[in-house]
Design a protein around this ligand. Structure first.
Ligand code: COA
Length: 147
């Protein structure tokens, strides 16, 4: 990625759908074996979606849900496999944290795949509670309270 400029845009689902959905399908359905019916849910419509672009190509996505209890929930974080480990996931994440912060959200929660816990710990999240199964994959809740 050294010669390419990364750009992160935040879009509503109506505009994000055509770019985010193919990435989520590639990563969650084809790579991780999640069933396609579980991939889309009722939260997409109201969520804000961060999209990572290298040039005109969308290579990653994540979403922020503002929950009724006031907390922000970040999820559906996916970067195409050939673009991983270059900081794109972290930048998507930070863009959504900033977006949440600008709306007054101070507490964030996410359902982390157990293998991804170290990734979220580096972003400041703390694991909480038991490990459970979601979409056939072991998960654990993680929280971050902004100071
Ligand atoms: C999670 C994900 C979005 C991170 O994207 P990324 O662009 O690679 O993120 P970054 O480059 O900012 O950080 C990568 C670091 O997180 C670690 N990491 C992230 N997800 C991981 C996972 N599922 N398993 C193991 N390590 C993971 C990487 O090993 C890497 O660590 P390193 O720098 O010490 O090598 C990407 O790995 C992905 O799409 N994974 C598949 C989907 C997924 O598991 N989503 C998370 C659901 S909770």
């Amino acid at each position: 990625m050294s010669n390419s400029i990364l750009m992160i845009l935040i879009k509503p689902w109506s505009q994000a759908l055509t770019e985010a959905l193919p990435i989520r399908t590639t990563v969650f359905v084809h790579e991780q074996g999640v069933s396609p019916e579980l991939e889309l849910d009722e939260f997409d419509a109201a969520a804000e979606h961060a999209l990572a672009y290298i040039g005109s190509q969308c290579v990653g996505t994540a979403r922020l849900i503002q929950r009724t209890d006031g907390k922000g929930q970040i999820g559906r974080m996916a970067v195409l496999i050939e673009y991983r480990k270059q900081g794109i996931g972290s930048q998507l994440f930070n863009a959504l944290l900033e977006q949440g912060r600008s709306k007054g959200i101070v507490e964030f929660e996410l359902h982390s795949q157990v293998l991804a816990i170290p990734f979220y710990e580096r972003l400041g999240f703390t694991p909480q509670g038991e490990i459970y199964e979601e979409a056939g994959i072991p998960h654990r809740n993680m929280i971050l309270i902004l100071k």
